[in-house]
Design a protein. Structure first.
Ligand code: AHR
Length: 514
């Protein structure tokens, strides 16, 4: 491919080609790829999804305006209650009559947790928001005894201490939680109760085993290393998976991206890093499976991913000034247009790895590094809301492998980065959606589509997310600064389409085969 400088100022049209065939199947996308995450942290719960007394809240204290926005995203599952918070959390503190629930110091975020919102409240909220709960058990300060108890509390029908306590607390029917995380980021020195790979592997194995004895229908996620660039990455996965491989169903990956250097070509290339991270973890899983002569294939749960760095300095100040406060505005990144572009690129990467990544959680959902922000007066969509909405809406079905021939560029950390990146999803109603990112800073790209076995298709809609100012943001007073535009095209049926992707744009191309 011809080499290109993504920052080139000559606005000439570049050309790229995308070849797609119905037989180039990667995998059916697991709907859980479009999951999210809510941690008991900052204003995610208190002042986010739960705001008793606010005129926008219902009798349960749930913000109805937030629920409406979450419903639009069609979030299949939400990981809860942490995150780092999890590793010091006693799940029993947050059940039963609210007036009896203890207030505790949260040593993860140096705040005070009142426990007025817990498992029952979150379960009720998931029902209202049309989603489901991915629940995490604390393997930091606690262990397999609490882990087996909470499964019994949540999922056992009745007739035992914990299940009857749930019924007494108002939930006659079990919550039926199917997916459970075994701790959080246990190799991180910041974690309450950090563990070695050996300590964690043993704890995860025994917890998974007894949790499944309580309810054999559940699936569990083992903690991978907390980031690709952790010194423990790789050896952590190998050692701990060697100890728990047969009892766990998924291994987790976490990754947050930054543009501290203000290096746009390099920032937009960071989905290349996510792809390498996924492929490396897949290799490790398969190596351990091979070593064990196992028939089992371990899949991946990318249960924290996002951009996160805008709020870091302010958070440090906040934490030192308001230690032990409650409902503090922590991790409230204000996302700009370039962040939305990278989020699009990361979603493309997740779709193209759908054969092994079965679960992914955009971290997080409301106020805390989130697509949805609230104030007492309402809520609004950050820039990153839009690619997430598009992927969750149109990215369900079969992920097809596109062959992309695009000009490429090199950035500070990456070589051979394609200007155009894309994924393609064939939905059950036979409609086809191509998601395409144009990383070129100045050049529109003319994308020729060769759709081969599809025969004639009709381009129905071209959704574009673009803003001339790469740093543009959405705020409470200007919530529609960065919003997608939609061209209803309804072209004649054609076997070949040529579509122009504006410079720096996220594109959703929706085709009908009828
Ligand atoms: O999502 C914010 C934090 O990032 C989570 O609590 C933790 O798991 C990760 O380090």
């Amino acid at each position: 491919m011809n080499k290109h400088d993504s920052t080139a100022t000559d606005p000439t049209l570049q050309k790229a080609r995308l070849i797609l065939d119905k037989d180039y199947v990667i995998s059916r996308i697991d709907d859980r790829l479009y999951g999210s995450f809510i941690e008991q942290l900052g204003r995610a719960v208190y002042g986010g999804i739960y705001d008793p007394g606010n005129p926008r809240s219902d009798k349960n204290g749930f913000r109805r305006d937030v629920i409406d926005m979450v419903k639009k995203l069609n979030v299949p599952l939400v990981r809860y209650p942490g995150g780092n918070f999890l590793s010091g959390f006693n799940w029993e503190d947050a059940i039963g009559p609210k007036e009896n629930r203890p207030k505790r110091l949260d040593l993860a975020w140096f705040t005070t947790e009142t426990n007025e919102f817990g498992m029952h409240e979150f379960f009720d909220w998931t029902r209202e928001a049309g989603t489901s709960m991915m629940y995490a058990v604390n393997l930091g300060t606690r262990g397999l005894d609490e882990a087996r108890n909470v499964v019994e509390y949540a999922n056992h029908p009745g007739g035992t201490y914990w299940s009857d306590l749930r019924r007494k607390n108002g939930a006659e029917q079990p919550f039926g939680i199917k997916l459970w995380c075994l701790g959080n980021e246990m190799d991180g020195p910041w974690q309450i109760g950090q563990k070695t790979a050996y300590e964690y592997g043993r704890a995860a194995n025994e917890s998974a085993k007894v949790m499944k004895w309580v309810d054999p229908t559940i699936e569990v996620v083992a903690c991978g290393s907390s980031a690709y660039d952790m010194p423990t990455f790789g050896s952590w996965e190998m050692e701990m998976l060697d100890l728990c491989y047969e009892n766990v169903d998924y291994v987790s990956l976490h990754r947050y991206y930054q543009n501290k250097e203000n290096d746009l070509p390099n920032f937009l290339a960071k989905s290349v890093d996510m792809d390498a991270f996924i492929k490396t973890v897949v290799s490790i899983c398969d190596a351990i499976g091979g070593k064990k002569h196992s028939k089992k294939k371990l899949n991946l749960s990318f249960d924290e991913w996002n951009v996160w760095y805008h709020s870091n300095e302010r958070d440090a100040e906040l934490k030192s000034g308001s230690r032990w406060g409650r409902s503090l505005p922590l991790l409230e990144d204000v996302y700009n247009f370039e962040d939305a572009l990278l989020i699009g690129g990361l979603l493309i990467t997740l779709m193209r790895n759908a054969d092994r990544v079965k679960i992914a959680c955009l971290a997080q959902l409301v106020n805390v590094i989130a697509p949805i922000m609230t104030s007492v007066n309402g809520c609004w969509a950050q820039t990153i809301y839009w690619p997430y909405l598009h992927a969750s809406t149109y990215g369900r079905g079969i992920s097809l492998q596109p062959v992309i021939k695009s000009p490429e560029y090199s950035s500070t950390d990456f070589d051979d980065v394609p200007l155009v990146d894309a994924s393609a999803v064939l939905a059950d109603d036979e409609s086809l959606t191509i998601f395409a990112l144009n990383r070129s800073i100045k050049n529109p790209v003319e994308l020729s589509l060769d759709l081969r076995s599809f025969g004639k298709v009709r381009l129905m809609e071209h959704i574009i997310l673009h803003h001339d100012d790469i740093k543009a943001v959405n705020t409470e007073t200007a919530p529609d600064t960065v919003v997608p535009s939609s061209k209803k095209v309804n072209t004649a049926e054609t076997e070949k389409s040529v579509i122009e992707l504006p410079a720096l744009s996220w594109n959703v191309l929706r085709f009908s085969q009828k």
